[in-house]
Write a protein that binds this ligand. Structure first.
Ligand SMILES: [Zn+2]
Length: 409
């Protein structure tokens, strides 16, 4: 059994805004979590690009052309990033390219899964995609990779495709792109009371091929299991050749912006059920794409548990500290918020100003970690200690940040 995990060689090419929960650290946490288990068959593969024309297959051409305009050319626009939808989504110079890496990796995973070369795959890149509609960027998303990969599987392989979405937010973009696609089944569970407030049970697609199951807040695993039992029954009848999953981990009770309160055992149940149905209906061909999930400890814990669950396997934690996926480097945040002040003592310097705290790389002034508001730091010691330990080691490792956010999140 070979399972591909796709990662970006430079997770920082779509930088976050400082103190924002959607940040490159999310993919570091998910990948470090996967590197720190003893699951046989996992193979880490560098992400591969899709052509921009692949995005035009379901998105409006004008919209893609607007995304291709160089950043900083429009009146009043910053050189470092462009705000796309009322402030929620920002586009830096390489953001579209990063989104195309996610799509290219999904396409590659679909091709290899359809040919039988691999059993399945997870694409652990950023930005996510399931909120991007035909003509609009929304909710940190630019292009709807899961829907575009479904179109790729349909047009290139003649496959019947199912797209399943368990992110806490409705996959409104996926739904928009797949609305008229008769041969693609799309099913989603999501909170009925969270943005974007779409995805009612009445929203069924042009051919009745869409199944939305909104869930009420705080309903936890009981409602979720009953919803997914219903979805799996429809899935068996639909009998796909391949399943593409929009895997968001923000329905977890520890997620800072969630309200469904799913527990680890609920995610485990979902993954194991999904793996079993997948083996029954399509030889286990399941390709997953990382959507939301804003708690770093949840991503570190649950992404590996999800993959093992899909495989029907068990695993032990191992220590891989210092491995390539833990290293926080580059420029994870768009520059310009804080002036870089170099300091000669430590490579990784703790800094504090205006009630904000952060860790900065003294070699190039880049911010490497800024705790979002939901991380409650009552003193300066925890970040100071992390910076000092990282300076001694020469690497700022995501595992230290995961530990910090587990204690203070
Ligand atoms: Zn989400």
């Amino acid at each position: 059994m070979t399972f591909h995990v796709y990662y970006s060689a430079n997770a920082s090419r779509h930088p976050a805004r400082p103190f924002h929960p959607e940040r490159p650290h999310r993919t570091h946490a998910a990948l470090a979590g996967l590197a720190d288990i003893d699951l046989p068959g996992l193979s880490f593969v560098q992400a591969t690009h899709a052509s921009v024309d692949a995005a035009r297959t379901l998105h409006d051409t004008d919209y893609i052309d607007r995304l291709l305009e160089p950043i900083g050319q429009r009146p009043g626009e910053k050189k470092t990033y462009r705000v796309l939808d009322g402030g929620d989504t920002h586009q830096a110079p390489d953001s579209l390219d990063a989104a195309l890496e996610g799509l290219g990796s999904l396409q590659d995973a679909v091709d290899r899964t359809m040919s039988g070369e691999i059993t399945g795959a997870l694409v652990a890149t950023r930005p996510a995609g399931h909120h991007a509609t035909r003509n609009q960027a929304m909710g940190f998303c630019f292009i709807s990779q899961a829907a575009l990969a479904a179109e790729h599987a349909r047009s290139k392989h003649g496959a019947r495709v199912a797209v399943l979405d368990f992110d806490v937010h409705h996959g409104n973009g996926t739904e928009d792109l797949l609305w008229d696609q008769r041969d693609v089944f799309f099913a989603s569970t999501h909170s009925a009371t969270l943005w974007p407030l779409t995805g009612s049970g009445e929203s069924k697609g042009a051919h009745g091929q869409i199944l939305n199951v909104p869930l009420q807040p705080l309903t936890g695993g009981r409602e979720m299991r009953s919803a997914w039992t219903r979805i799996f029954s429809r899935l068996r009848k639909f009998s796909p050749d391949i399943i593409i999953v929009s895997a968001g981990f923000d329905a977890h009770m520890a997620d800072p912006i969630s309200n469904l309160c799913w527990k680890a055992e609920d995610f485990d149940w979902l993954a194991r059920q999904l793996g079993e149905v997948g083996r029954d209906v399509c030889g286990g061909r399941i390709v997953s794409f990382l959507e939301g999930g804003y708690s770093l400890p949840v991503l570190y814990d649950e992404v590996p548990a999800y993959i093992a669950g899909l495989m029907g396997a068990d695993y032990q934690r191992i220590s891989n500290a210092g491995s390539r996926f833990g290293r926080i480097d580059g420029t994870p945040y768009v520059p310009g918020t804080f002036t870089a002040l170099t300091h000669p003592i430590l490579k990784f310097q703790y800094r504090k100003a205006f009630q904000r705290q952060w860790i900065q790389d003294q070699d190039n002034g880049a911010l490497l970690y800024t705790p979002p508001d939901f991380v409650k730091l009552n003193s300066r010691e925890p970040l100071e200690e992390i910076a000092a330990a990282a300076s001694e080691r020469g690497v700022l490792d995501i595992r230290d940040i995961v530990r910090l956010e587990r204690l203070c999140g």
